[in-house]
Design a protein around this ligand. Structure first.
Ligand code: PLP
Length: 385
């Protein structure tokens, strides 16, 4: 066997999308499986792109410093200071190839073999892989019925091997946004447990969707809830540029070992093979902090989808952010997903996110695709009930 057995096992376990495609013979396909936005980047991004191209900078296509360009990091830090009502400096920020690279650098920095990371179910499918990449072990704590944080479930998973907890708000796949109070509760718990086990437990906040928030909601500042916190963020969703691979990680300025963590993350950015974030894109996004795609476009799609699904009898919680709906399946998960697939509708099974009996819809698609698919969602419900 040439291919690593462990990798082969993981590949087979995550092959359901390919299998689903194979099952569909013909007809129109409504693919709601990918968080790959079909919305154009904002005009400010397009304008800036041209400006950078037309003003050649000597560093533009060269290797970037592993930590990122100072000017870019300063700009990120100023924006975070403004938004979070606290002082963040460039030395707390490292530019990365998206939130993906930020998370992998964070795990590489923190994890010794066998150390545990707590995930909140339902969780982003890739977390267990990233944790395993760096020798860590995933431990799952369930959230409440409404996907809010269940502090007792987290407490039950903490032990002397716990190194970190990862929280994702706004959340993929549920669209939940955690309240300031629940972040404070997590902070208090981690502080207590760090004291009890005489070791630092870190809070990793995946804020890949930090600007994709609906109904005027604001994202609470996780740094105010806990000192040993690191944020991973990205321009993929905010500017609708996931193919450009640019994001950042930022350590809490109040973290006592923040400088050591930054140094280690910078080294990790090198040895994991990322060699930093793309130079050109760092130049492009520098003045675009806080700029975001038109949230209204996503909110309209959310309402279109949710109003219709509600009418057809689906049971779900309307997302407060992101571009995902995580709904209960009216019957057995795989049977339901197969019934939808017969009408060309592709969705992701909840079991992939650690919560079976559900399915995830990604609605970052053209409005017409949603409109045309609705009869299929209605038919599936009628056929099955
Ligand atoms: N975190 C979550 C929750 C995501 O959904 C994604 C991408 O879909 C990422 C991180 C990675 O995003 P990036 O494109 O910034 O690597």
């Amino acid at each position: 066997m040439t291919i690593s057995l462990k990798l082969k096992e993981k590949m087979e376990a995550s092959d359901w999308v390919t299998l689903m495609f194979k099952r569909i013979d013909a007809g129109e396909v409504f693919d709601f499986t990918l968080g790959n936005p079909e919305i154009d980047p904002p005009q400010a991004f397009m304008d800036r792109l041209k400006q950078v191209v037309n003003n050649h900078h000597p560093d533009m296509h060269r290797y970037t410093p592993l930590i990122g360009f100072t000017e870019t990091r300063e700009s990120v830090a100023q924006n975070l200071s403004r938004e979070g009502d606290m002082t963040v400096r460039a030395r707390h920020v490292i530019m990365t190839a998206g939130a993906t690279a930020a998370l992998n650098c964070i795990f590489k920095t923190l994890l010794n073999p066998g150390e545990e990371v707590i995930l909140l179910a339902p969780y982003f499918v890739e977390y267990p892989y990233y944790i395993d990449n760096h020798g860590g072990v995933s431990k799952v704590a369930e959230t409440n019925q409404d996907f809010s944080i269940n502090i007792d479930a987290i407490a039950a998973q903490i032990n002397p091997r716990t190194k970190a907890i990862i929280i994702n708000s706004p959340n993929n796949p549920t669209g939940a946004v955690y309240s300031e109070k629940s972040l404070q509760d997590v902070g208090a718990l981690l502080r207590d447990k760090s004291r009890e086990f005489k070791r630092d437990i870190f809070l990793i906040a995946d804020e890949a969707y930090r600007y994709i928030l609906f109904d005027g909601l604001k994202l609470p500042n996780v740094f105010k809830a806990y000192e040993n916190a690191i944020i991973a963020a990205s321009y993929s969703k905010q500017l609708s540029i996931p193919g450009e691979r640019v994001g950042y990680a930022v350590v809490n300025p109040k973290m006592s070992i923040g400088d050591d963590i930054m140094e280690a993350m910078t080294f990790a950015n090198r040895i994991l093979g990322y060699l930093g974030a793309p130079s050109f894109m760092q130049k492009v996004i520098t003045p675009l902090q806080g700029v975001c795609v038109d949230i209204k476009e996503y909110q309209d799609r959310r309402d279109l989808f949710c109003d219709a699904l509600e009418k057809f009898g689906y049971s779900f919680i309307r997302p407060k952010g992101t571009y995902y709906i995580f709904s209960q399946c009216p019957v057995d998960e795989s049977r339901f997903i197969e019934v939808l697939a017969r009408d060309g509708i592709l969705v992701n099974p909840g079991s992939g996110y650690g919560r079976s009996g559900h399915f995830r819809i990604a609605f970052c698609v053209k409005r017409e695709k949603i409109e045309k698919s609705l009869s299929g969602f209605k038919k599936a419900m009628e056929t099955l009930l």
